[in-house]
Design a protein around this ligand. Structure first.
Ligand code: PLP
Length: 383
């Protein structure tokens, strides 16, 4: 009953009876003009003014010292982990409740994921669960680094993910990271426009990653950025993502094994125009979330709201169903009626490549896996 009301509600919001996706990009600003400029100038590839401009816009918006554009968010995270000094055989702690890209990036550094539970308030890495896992499984060696009690592997990084744009409990996580001397690397792929106590997510550790994939808050088609805390680290990150070529008018000399993770100028042009409308999108998404919140009030479903310490971008709206059976019925009914809804990701240790990974107890992750659903979240003007 509430499900059929919801369909009507969502159709009214988006002013359509056609299929309503979870999150679709909108291009109502200067996108065409800027993209056409790259075509007219022929600078569509790795050289051109839009890459610099886009990086500066992200720096100004997030307050980070240096932002380095990459070909996608996974590449940005891979680079952030490389810059952090993650080595083959290291352990990297993250959430079992995340999109697979988080784990793929660390896997391709030769590291192993360790899964720790999420908190019910943020849906992201739980500081208490993190500390409890380390108390049970780690010791601090003579060099001051944390090692696994049995395997002696080094815990090199902690990678919290700001699920659906809701910031994790950063102060508490940083306290635990400092206690165990492990570097914080935020997977801020979903949280452009989300702030923790007034500071933009992705600016807390030395390196973080954001994404501009087609379903994110703003898009460059495909794209990402590494946010770097210091200008010096930012320069080195740029060097590494652009084949580590030493500047010279004609000679080729590369001083380390780099990546070709450059964002093409064509994509950056789209990003520059999308950054101009980002504040408007964020406002619209906030209003949409408020409408959903009132809609689900006094129902059996709980609408997920931002933690009290944070301002969320409300990237993907989510509800928590009373149980998994109701969840399944809800998903079937809404999708059959033209409103896209989706369960949260399968927990990472259920995927074949990560099934033998180390992990703590995951009660909150398992609970969310069984009953959380995402509902349409594209920015829209609500009358
Ligand atoms: C989108 C996303 C990524 C990766 O971004 P791409 O640009 O798609 O490579 C990484 N982590 C999380 C949590 C994401 O949602």
């Amino acid at each position: 009953m509430i499900t059929s009301k919801l369909i009507k509600f969502v159709q009214d919001i988006y002013q359509t009876k056609n299929f309503i996706p979870l999150h679709a990009p909108t291009f109502a600003g200067n996108e065409k003009e800027y993209v056409n400029n790259t075509l007219d100038s022929t600078f569509v590839s790795s050289v051109g003014k839009y890459v610099d401009q886009f990086e500066q816009q992200i720096e100004a918006f997030t307050g980070t010292s240096k932002a380095i554009a990459t070909v996608n968010g996974t590449a940005a995270l891979h680079t952030a982990l490389y810059m952090t000094g993650v080595k083959a055989g290291d352990l990297v702690i993250t959430q079992a409740l995340t999109f697979v890209a988080t784990c793929n990036a660390l896997y391709h550094m030769g590291a192993e994921p360790v899964f720790v539970d999420v908190s019910k308030t943020s849906l992201g890495l739980c500081p208490k669960a993190l500390d409890a896992y380390l108390e049970d499984n780690a010791f601090i060696n003579n060099d001051g680094f944390s090692q696994h009690k049995l395997t002696k592997q080094v815990f090199r990084a902690v990678v919290p993910m700001h699920t659906f744009g809701h910031p994790v409990e950063l102060d508490e996580l940083i306290t635990v990271c400092n206690k165990w001397n492990i570097t914080l690397v935020e997977d801020a792929a979903e949280s452009l426009g989300s702030f923790y106590k007034g500071q933009h997510t992705g600016t807390f550790g030395p390196f973080s990653a954001v994404s501009f994939n087609g379903n994110k808050v703003i898009t460059t088609g495909g794209g990402g950025m590494v946010l770097c805390k210091t200008v010096e680290d930012g320069m080195h990150t740029k060097h590494v993502t652009t084949t580590a070529k030493v500047a010279h008018p004609f000679e080729f000399f590369h001083d380390e094994a780099g990546f070709n993770y450059r964002l093409p100028n064509l994509n950056a042009a789209l990003g520059c125009a999308q950054m101009e409308v980002l504040p408007k999108y964020l406002e619209q998404k906030r209003v949409l979330a408020q409408h959903y919140n009132s809609f689900f009030e006094n129902s059996d479903f709980t609408f997920v709201v931002e933690p009290e310490y944070a301002r969320s971008n409300y990237w993907l709206n989510a509800i928590i169903c009373p149980d998994s059976e109701i969840r399944d019925d809800f998903i079937k009914y809404t999708n059959a009626n033209g409103v896209m809804t989706r369960p949260i990701w399968k927990l990472m240790h259920r995927l074949p490549m990560f099934e033998n990974s180390k992990r703590g107890a995951l009660p909150n992750s398992e609970w969310l896996e069984s009953c959380l659903v995402n509902i349409p979240s594209s920015p829209t003007i609500i009358k």
